[in-house]
Design a protein around this ligand. Structure first.
Ligand code: G3I
Length: 369
């Protein structure tokens, strides 16, 4: 049975929304030496999922599944999928407040058919506040019921299919000074909307790992500290936070050692860690004097550092290692700069030095100095 649209739930809550609601009712390690870049990629490089002692993931869109080459590469290389955008409000919540699930259902079915984990991404994000929610009356009770209804409708639908959820995405302010403002914070409270999201997601799917997810945690120690303070406050409040995600959208010239420091800091809370959206941009490098070859060498070293830092975690803290775009051509970064090549497989799906670096690290081998 389809869940009631947002407005219907708010109406039932006596939120006084009634007719006014137009809603019809949703790596300073031993960086790879110069040899690393020039080393040929073994033709028989084993699949990432075959050597990693944890789930290796990739983001995916439903339309990707119509590309036989990419579908085959996903099945060969990864053991977990994250819907890149189609499990978010922007896809699910329709202008009239109803919900649609065709695309995420298709991705979930593909994951199930191929024995892959599914990572729900994401339930609450400051960046997506559909009209259907914005039109809800100021009434707090009605809004809270519509918010809870949405989380129950989505997390409940995929109960038993997802291994976890990015429940709240990017809650920390860019500069690390506090938390972001958002429709959710304004209507339900800066902390309360976050704690409520975790409590509700746990009600909807008690078996899912419930993750906090954010970016630039390796670049900005202050943001990282605020992220960890939020996690600690959630835990102290009894919110069922059970995993920490670091997106890791980095550039090839990210200072060696920063990723390692970040992962170690996140691991200090003892929760499972998700490298949730790793890509290593060549064109976003701050140092514009670096040659393409040097950027590629550094890219390989960054993949090696990320994988080795993750491997250094206790097994119980290795939730998953997810790449945001398996092939260069699938990356969101391509829309920003067609010259970027941030992934570990090239446009043709051939493994790059980054893939070999991941395999080495996952197999516990350090790259040749
Ligand atoms: O495919 C449709 C197309 O049919 C339609 O014509 C077009 C215009 O509406 O939209 C296309 O979908 C776009 C989709 O990317 C595929 O390109 C969506 O509008 C667009 O919003 C979506 O952007 C995604 C973005 O999150 C917002 O959801 C990116 O793919 C995705 O890589 C990006 O991922 C985020 C993580 O969720 C959170 N961390 C940062 C990361 C990068 O921004």
């Amino acid at each position: 049975m389809d869940p009631p649209p947002l407005g219907e739930v708010a109406r039932r809550a006596g939120g006084g929304l009634g007719r006014r609601t137009v809603l019809a009712g949703a790596l300073a390690l031993s960086a790879c030496g110069p040899k690393a870049q020039s080393q040929p990629i073994p033709a028989d490089l084993p699949p990432l999922r075959s050597v990693a002692p944890f789930r290796v993931g990739a983001c995916v869109q439903a339309l990707h599944l119509d590309d036989p080459a990419l579908a085959a590469l996903l099945v060969r290389e990864v053991s977990q999928l994250t819907p890149e955008w189609q499990m978010k409000m922007e896809y699910i919540v329709q202008p009239d407040g109803s919900f649609r699930f065709e695309a995420p259902d298709r991705i979930a079915a593909f994951a199930r058919a191929h024995g892959m984990g599914l990572l729900g991404h994401n339930l609450v994000w400051y960046a997506q506040t559909p009209e259907a929610f914005q039109r809800l009356d100021e009434n707090r009770i009605g809004f809270a019921d519509a918010y809870r209804n949405y989380i129950h409708a989505v997390a409940g639908r995929y109960r038993g299919q997802v291994v976890g959820w990015d429940v709240v995405n990017e809650p920390v302010a860019e500069d690390g000074n506090g938390w972001r403002d958002s429709l959710w914070a304004q209507r339900l409270g800066a902390f309360e909307h976050i704690a409520l999201a975790y409590r509700t997601a746990h009600e909807a799917d008690p078996d899912a790992v419930l993750l906090l997810n954010d970016y630039n945690l390796e670049y900005f120690p202050k943001k990282r500290a605020t992220y960890l303070n939020l996690a600690e406050r959630l835990l102290a409040s009894g919110a069922p936070l059970t995993g920490l995600g670091a997106q890791m959208h980095v550039a090839a010239d990210v200072p060696p050692g920063e990723i390692t420091r970040m992962i170690r800091d996140l691991a200090s809370l003892g929760l499972p860690i998700h490298v949730s959206e790793l890509d290593v941009s060549l064109t976003r490098a701050e140092n514009k004097l670096l040659s393409r070859a040097e950027l590629q060498r550094r890219q390989t070293a960054v993949y090696a550092e990320a994988a080795e830092a993750f491997m250094a975690l206790p097994e119980r803290q290795r939730f998953a290692f997810t790449l945001w775009g398996l092939r260069d051509r699938d990356s969101w970064l391509r829309a920003e700069n067609a010259a970027d090549a941030p992934a570990v497989f090239d446009d043709a799906g051939r493994p790059k030095a980054g893939a070999a670096a991941l395999v080495d690290a996952f197999q516990g081998r350090r790259p040749q100095a």
